[in-house]
Design a protein around this ligand. Structure first.
Ligand code: CTP
Length: 479
């Protein structure tokens, strides 16, 4: 019977077999046996994947990362005893939902095999600058660019010297020279090499070039009786550093600040089944609550009846009427910033029916209206518990700026966000808003000195982000 030499198979088939065997934890020969046995037993031949993952039709990593919503890392494994820790690093990165593509230098392959890296990363491993399977379209450029971060672990003295000098004579150094992504090095070498003047110069140069570094740490070396600085950081530390670069912590300018927000309409009961309401959707107030929470604030949102989900991390209190809203707002004080975005009903029914009002021969029942408490004015005029920054909204259908200026003065707030809510603008219930921010520094400022900043049309989320940024700036200035 003829014997089969795997070495003589096409590159694409060899590559496919290598990957498939790595994934299944078998040798390539065993994998071929399994494929042949399955085929003889009637399973379809595995032709579909021959082009994947190394052939030209492979989808770029960036595209993959976007579809899966995952970040991706090109992990360059240098030639040092610490290379074994990089196998754990692959696992740690994948645990953090990061795709990993490995590149092994020639020296690295003396310590770990491409097969292990491939099995752990579930990806093809790259080793050769002149690999016909990937170089036909400048594979090193793709490996350098189609990722969010390049990690070099272990970063040997030699690899760092090449980087500092801009060499590109193998796949790893060519990727590093072609990179336009952040690079994180995890150096590992003998303490004498780390302390050598040449390495010191290279480290300095790389830091100046904006390269991130983690470690090395102090400890025992693989060489007997040697200790000092040169041990590669642990895989878990390198993974954490990678995550720190991929997902930098967001600035939290309102951390430690309490923000109180009202939103939505109020419902004022006529009888047990009917009420007076308005067209407010609550979207603007909810967007401000989410933006303030994202800026690190401790947010309480007192909302009238709306069909919106609670923004994550926000304490949401649902109310019905203006009077409920006022009570819950008062109970939520003290606050550093209060934003009154609710479209509070100005009037409620004084003679609210205990039972459903019935049609009678006497005609329509008379509805007596009484004015609701003005929540914004009440809180603005508090003595001790007045929040240092009180912001109202002005919903107008005419004379927008003049009416809004008059409202600041009448209600005693610091800022007003004025918006035109005429039906033609689509603001009430819509997703976009055109606002004017009116500000005054100090209560004694005359109406003529109120500053007006007109913003372009934006989504309600963008208005929220801008407003929170402006608040953060003011809070910072005043503290
Ligand atoms: N407001 C409030 N309590 C009320 C009425 C209004 O807290 N009873 C607040 C709103 O949340 C908004 C500001 O006051 O921040 C202005 O609301 P708006 O409806 O524009 O004005 P009104 O005060 O109702 O005055 P008018 O109806 O005359 O325009």
């Amino acid at each position: 019977m003829a014997s089969l030499t795997i070495r003589k198979l096409d590159d694409a088939i060899k590559s496919y077999l290598r990957l498939r065997s790595a994934k299944n934890g078998r040798s390539v020969e065993e994998e071929v046996r399994v494929i042949l046995r399955d085929y003889c037993e009637g399973s379809p031949a595995p032709t579909a994947s021959l082009t994947s993952p190394s052939a030209p039709t492979e989808r770029p990593a960036v595209e993959r990362a976007n579809t899966a919503g995952q970040a991706s890392v090109t992990l360059i494994i240098g030639g040092g005893i610490a290379a074994f820790k990089s196998m754990e690093l692959i696992r740690r990165l994948k645990e953090r939902h990061i795709d990993v593509r490995c590149v092994l230098t020639k020296a690295a392959q003396q310590f770990v095999t491409p097969l292990s890296a491939s099995a752990l990363s579930h990806e093809r491993v790259y080793t050769d600058l002149f690999d016909p399977g990937s170089e036909f379209d400048a594979g090193h450029i793709r490996l350098a660019r189609e990722c969010d971060l390049i990690v070099v672990a272990p970063a040997t003295a030699d690899l760092m010297a090449k980087m500092a000098q801009g060499h590109a004579d193998d796949l790893a150094s060519a990727i590093l020279l072609a990179a336009d992504r952040p690079i994180l090095l995890a150096p590992a070498m003998n303490p004498l090499m780390w302390n050598n003047a040449a390495t010191r110069r290279n480290v300095l140069q790389l830091r100046r070039d904006g390269i991130h570094m983690i470690g090395p740490s102090a400890g025992e070396m693989a060489e007997s009786n040697e200790a000092g600085i040169g041990r590669m950081s642990e895989a878990i530390e390198i993974a954490a550093a990678a995550v720190g670069i991929l997902r930098p912590p967001r600035p939290r300018p309102l951390a430690g600040k309490r923000v109180l927000i009202t939103a939505g309409p109020t419902h004022e009961a006529i009888d047990p089944v009917r009420y007076i309401a308005n067209r407010s959707s609550g979207k603007q107030g909810f967007a401000i609550a989410a933006a303030a929470q994202a800026a690190g604030a401790d947010v309480t949102l007192v909302s009238g009846p709306v069909e919106l989900r609670d923004p994550a991390g926000v304490n949401v209190i649902r109310v019905e009427s203006a009077r409920d809203m006022l009570h819950r707002v008062e109970a939520a004080l003290p606050a550093d910033i209060a934003i009154f975005a609710a479209a509070v009903a100005d009037w409620r029914v004084a003679n609210e029916g205990e039972q459903k009002l019935k049609k009678t021969a006497a005609g329509m029942p008379p509805l007596q209206l009484v004015e609701n408490p003005d929540i914004l004015a009440t809180i603005s005029k508090l003595k001790d518990k007045r929040p240092p920054l009180v912001i109202g909204f002005a919903a107008e259908t005419e004379n927008l700026i003049d009416n809004a200026k008059a409202k600041i003065a009448r209600k005693g707030c610091d800022w007003i966000v004025a918006n035109d809510v005429s039906p033609a603008t689509g603001v009430m219930g819509g997703d976009r808003n055109t606002v004017h921010l009116l500000t005054r520094d100090g209560k004694d400022i005359s109406v003529d000195d109120i500053k007006v900043d007109s913003w372009p049309v934006m989504t309600k989320e963008q208005v929220a982000t801008e407003l929170v940024a402006k608040i953060a700036k003011t809070v910072e200035k005043n503290s």
